[in-house]
Design a protein around this ligand. Sequence first.
Ligand SMILES: *Cc1c(COP(=O)(O)O)cnc(C)c1O
Length: 365
Amino acid sequence: MTAQQTQIEINLPNLRNNLNFLRSKLNSKTMIMAVVKALSYGADSKIISKELELQNIDYLAVAYLDEGIELRESGIMTPILVLHPQLNDFNKIFKYELEPSIYSFRILKEFTTSLVRHSKNNYPFQIKFNTGLNRLGFAQNDISDLIFLLKNLRPTFLFSHLGASEDSQQTSFTLDQIKKFNQISTVFEDKIGSTIKKHILNTSGILNYAEYQFDMVRCGIGLYGFGNDSKYTDFLRPILSLKTVISQINKIKKGESIGYNKGFVASKPTKSATLPIGHADGISRLYGKGKGKVFINGAFAKILGNVCMDMLMVDVTDIKCKEGDQVIIFDDTNFSAQEFASSIETISYEILTALSTRIKRIVIS
Ligand SMILES: *Cc1c(COP(=O)(O)O)cnc(C)c1O
């Protein structure tokens, strides 16, 4: 096999498969919000959002304002929740018709004064409650003040976020979060005298706690092919493959070193292959010194010495290969991003979102 360069392949059939699998876990009326923050977990949020829009996704979510603007500017029409708006964002939130998550009194005050400034007496927004993650959100005893400050404004949704939905050791923590969310929602709805739609489940929430799907679920990693448990590998298919190419092969004599700081010293004659991908592309230095491995012509090759900024070297002493051969860093069949990430004790989320925009993205439709 040959390859020309380092590239990320975005597999849209796999994305559709994953969406359908997640849909199969839900009631037909439950809405799905696709979380497309951080380039859709390292893919390309415009390409992914466009495909999801074709698949009738109900909502999109981004972390920050600029991610939402980019989608609007590329013609995405689906409602977009901004999970973590900042104080100065509201002019643009209105301009680009984005839906802010209101998570604190500081943000609420800026939101309501911005509404007045823009002469808007209504605008879609959602309210986030903290039920145990202790990251963002209002607390239960904020509800009275919150409703007072909201006056006639009504959120489209109430939501919260689970902190350990993937962890079967933490079911009581998760169920407690869900119980708190139910209590908070009930108090809120009683005080305003009407019901409001709700959501709390992320991917692992859908897989492990589907009975608490409420009106919508928020799905990130599952769409991209990971279910936080190996039992889903038959159903969820990674959408990203990271491939590169052998640039050069070197024969190293016993006693010679490879790479910066003599990160590897050969104790026997060694054949190394230099690959055009480095820590600037998202391959952390932690993968160096034999921890990480890549897949070449059906065999694994360990990373030798330190990962450089733009290159890394791997051990191909026992692998039949030549310059120009294709190298798989991870893909949907041989070696998953989750397996690659676990070699340095991290998770798929981190390796995927670290992938630099310098790497060319290629769409497989
Ligand atoms: C990132 C994020 C999600 C998506 O979680 P996955 O585990 O990737 O499905 C959902 N909700 C919030 C608030 C998030 O920040």
